[in-house]
Design a protein around this ligand. Structure first.
Ligand code: UDP
Length: 249
């Protein structure tokens, strides 16, 4: 897949990363939404967890390789790009992309909310329709096995959605979007983890100060016991960046 026009593409740990800010991301996705050909596109918001997890998971790594747009979700990626590529990469986090699209396109969007526990995607859809006036193309929870992938992909395809929010956890969501992109046929498909939970109000958006500093994960890890086991993974990422830097230098 070629890099989005006029934006350089870096490689970080053998994964692609587009040097693109939020505003240009929204413009590019707007062009994909407006294209009458409805060519399917996948978006990955790269974070340290994706880099760490995809190393032992070739399908996941391939889904990131083949994505049409790969943005820097947070400060971990900005740090790695600076350390390893001496580049200042702007952030375009998943939540900001989704919110920005809803603000810009409102009723022009037909959103399929895929993922999270039963009831959560429904609440997210209701809130998005109320707050941004978006159309709801469809809703499905994210707890189904691979044997149901095709059925769900066809449901999305039949819905006529132009924006698919896939929130089924890192890895599962990127692989689903990429493997079924031809069936899904949605112009913009984003793997966007907890964004559906935030829209639903079941997870709180990290406070503005952490978002400004790009360290939302500190808040998420600290506030959610289930995530405490992830802190070592982030530390592992910093060590990985250091090791990679020594290897290259
Ligand atoms: N999720 C899902 N199906 C699964 C696992 C997770 O729909 O099999 C949902 C989960 O309910 C949450 C979102 O995916 O809404 C993100 O989950 P989590 O925070 O565990 O994943 P992360 O993306 O942070 O790895």
């Amino acid at each position: 897949m070629s890099s989005p026009a006029s934006h350089p593409r870096l490689r970080l740990f053998d994964l692609p990363l587009d040097v693109i800010d939020l505003s240009d991301t929204l413009t590019l996705l707007g062009a994909w939404l407006a294209d009458p050909a409805r060519t399917p596109h996948t978006v990955v918001t790269l974070n340290p967890e994706i880099i760490v997890q995809s190393r032992g998971h070739p399908e996941f790594a391939q889904a990131v390789q083949d994505a049409d747009l790969i943005t820097a979700d947070g400060v971990g990626i900005v740090y790695a790009a600076k350390q390893l590529r001496q580049q200042d990469v702007p952030r375009a986090p998943g939540f900001d992309i989704v919110k920005g699209l809803m603000e810009r396109h409102g009723a022009g969007l037909r959103v399929f909310f895929l993922g999270a526990k039963p009831g959560v995607a429904e609440a997210a859809a209701q809130h998005a329709a109320r707050d941004y006036g978006v159309g709801v193309a469809g809703i499905h929870h994210g707890y189904f096995g691979p044997e149901e992938d095709e059925r769900v992909a066809q449901l999305v395809a039949a819905s006529g959605a132009n924006l698919l929010l896939t929130a089924m956890g890192a890895g599962r969501q990127e692989v689903f979007n990429q493997q079924w992109r031809g069936v899904l046929g949605v112009p913009v498909m984003i793997g966007c983890g907890g964004v559906v939970d935030v829209l639903a109000g079941t997870a709180e958006l990290a406070p503005a100060w952490t978002r400004k500093l790009g360290v939302e994960w500190v808040w998420r890890v600290a506030g959610d016991r289930k995530r405490w086991n992830r802190a070592p993974r982030l530390l592992h990422f910093v060590q990985m960046v250091g090791a990679e830097k020594r290897r290259k230098g």
